[in-house]
Design a protein around this ligand. Sequence first.
Ligand SMILES: Nc1nc2c(ncn2[C@@H]2O[C@H](COP(=O)(O)OP(=O)(O)O)[C@@H](O)[C@H]2O)c(=O)[nH]1
Ligand SMILES: [Mg+2]
Length: 717
Amino acid sequence: MKNYSAKEIKNIVLIGAPGAGKTTLAEAMAFEGKVIDRRGSIEANNTLSDNTDIEHEYKRSIYSTILFTEFMQRKLNIIDCPGSDDFCGNLFSAFKVGDVGVMVLNAQNGWEVGSELQSRYARILNKPLIGVVNQLDGDKANFEATVEGIAANSSVKPVIVQYPVNQGAGFDAFIDVLMMKMYRFKDENGTREELEIPAEEAERAAALNQELAEAAAVYDDALMELYFEKGSLTQDDIRSGLKLGVSKRDIMPIFCASGKRDIGTKRLMEFIINVAPGPLKAPAFLSTEGEELHPEADQPAVLFIFKSQLEQHIGEITYFRVIRGKVTEGMELANSRTGNKEKLSQLFAVAGKNRIKVTELSAGDIGCTVKLKGSRTNDTLCAPASILSVEPIVFPEPRYRAAVKAKEQNDEEKLGKLLNDAKYEDPTILVEYSKELKQTIIQGQGEHHLNILKYRLSTENKMEMEFFAPKIPYRETITKVAQADYRHKKQSGGSGQFGEVHMVIEPYYDGMPEPSKYKVNGKDINVNIKGKEEYDLPWGGKLQYYNSIVGGAIDARFMPAILKGIMEKMDEGPLTGSYARDIRVVIYDGKMHPVDSNEISFKLAARNAFKEAFRNAGPKIMEPIYNVEVLTPSEYMGSVMSDLQNRRAMIMGMESDKGFDRLNARVPLAELYRYSTSLSSLTSGAATYTMQFASYEQVPSDVQDKLLKAYTDTDEE
Ligand SMILES: Nc1nc2c(ncn2[C@@H]2O[C@H](COP(=O)(O)OP(=O)(O)O)[C@@H](O)[C@H]2O)c(=O)[nH]1
Ligand SMILES: [Mg+2]
């Protein structure tokens, strides 16, 4: 296979709602480029993309697949993405290396929630779009309604390049108002006739051609002048105008297709090759230092890993884009994260599961290698003489959280290893053992996301695991000033123990003044600051520790032991054993014994004094609150809202955005377990949401009572 240079390469990402026909279209493109000589189908489980058992089982894409095709002496790299929002992580990595999105719509459904979500991601990632109205052979195909749906919902304006002449079951022809031709398809293998536009279509075609020329002229003064002068533009002029408008994400040229019958594939590919921004026109990659990395072939090599996958018998497959320079078989590069050398012992162009060996890949191209030792998604490999890191992919925040354990207890270790591998293949899966909760917490994009993982581990690794509701990381704090003394004294046989500590505690807040005087339980306590320590607690919040001992009541050497005693109780709060936070402690008096005082005595005295003071200080349990943003078709707004209110949510705002309502709320994490599933059943899968940690807030008193009841204090000294 030929080595393609940046100007001969286009990298596209297929996006759109689940079932729109992306995988089938990718198959047709590979067929047109003669990468395969027969097209597979979703039904027969033999497509290049969707090539894993689990995708066959579900008849849906779960992973992104990389395919190339060669067409018009160019190389088109295609990344076929799953449409389901649970797997949206794939779209973020695909768009890192893809320069343009091809948005596939099902003409029978028009603009779907999936179209909405995926076009939003394209917008966030600032990627230009080309639109394909697919499944025009479907009984209920409605091209016009679909285009209207795009116009009403998309932030990128649709401009018609093609429209169908006979949509529905008999679909075999469309008119191309850029070429000003009609294309009729004779079979299901893309064989087409190029015909003059029939008289009855002449008027509509001319009007759309005019619209297209006008849309293209806007982006260039010279084109505008030409257009006014002549009342039309040449094909090439229209293309050059569209090129600008597409790159700016202003317009989305609209094409017609039936991927299943291979209708429209070739014209779409021609247009992509002629008009879509390629590596030379797309915005440059940036290094973490802000340096622009242009796809120049004669510069030191840089490649960026956007995906890795473990495959049985082969091991690790690493997918990358060559950002700069050229990589050749056998080359040694340095991993900029680890500093280690990696050898590219083999290089491949990728067509799904098929890998075609190549000897080199140039800047702008996408390929894979195998058997790297310690490189993973988001790593940069580069020529050892010029080490840099490419800005990493920023994956979406997790939205679903569950506790996980192996069904068989002695499988725990194996499960840990498998989950680690999974995390490595799919960076949107997060797994962490929480020392605080004493649970392994797994996070992902949705229940389906995690269930797929569960299914996979069970079928591929015979590992049965169980998900259950995760514990909530509560916190404890106080709301008023309190004082306590505690004397620890033990006289048993030989040496005794003695320590006495007097302390005041009060709620800490940012910017509070230094303590000077307290009045508690009728007592006046003057503070005389001898020492101050301040800790940012690892679990959030602060502890301030003041030494205000006068007259040597307690030796300075016991102060660390006193702090330790307090810390032990902060670590396992007096109310429910959760971490305590945001407390100021002032040690203002105490007593020593000339013989029996030691560190352990003071530690225990402090711990008990702290516990007692805490209980008298209006203690409160705090819970994590998340900012939740729900995006739902307006018709479901009422039920989404009342469901959230049942979850103790505080509604912060609502706005309408092109047929969708956006609702912002603050919701306790304790009420969000399996929220994605409830939301989905409330809205027939039409809504989506994001969640992000916001703050800790006090729980309402009924919730506090319940939590207190559930906890039995075992701390008895
Ligand atoms: N009639 C018709 N069916 C199609 C077309 N494209 C895809 N399909 C069918 O729609 C279903 C989903 O297709 P798939 O390619 O997996 O969609 P994806 O989820 O967007 O990748 C499959 O059953 C396909 O056979 C098309 O152009 N016409
Ligand atoms: Mg698919």
